[in-house]
Design a protein. Structure first.
Length: 72
């Protein structure tokens, strides 16, 4: 096997490692699962970005409070 990155998939009682092409091949058999996984991924990434923005905003407010200023 060449230096292709592996994707780790944790299953109940086991861990599987797939190449990108192997995983895509499996997902092609059921397009509905592939669609759900993509939709779920988009939601998770949006939520992560939102949490990051909220954390950064909170940090800015704390720094403003430390300098005697309040940011609204």
């Amino acid at each position: 096997m060449d230096q292709e990155k592996l994707i780790e998939v944790k299953l109940h009682g086991a861990t599987a490692f797939f190449t990108n092409s192997e995983l895509l091949l499996l997902l092609r058999f059921d397009k509905e699962i592939y669609g759900r996984a993509l939709k779920r991924g988009k939601g998770i990434l949006r939520a992560r970005k939102q949490r990051k923005r909220e954390f950064e905003k909170m940090e800015q407010n704390i720094k403003g409070d430390e300098n005697g200023r309040k940011k609204i």
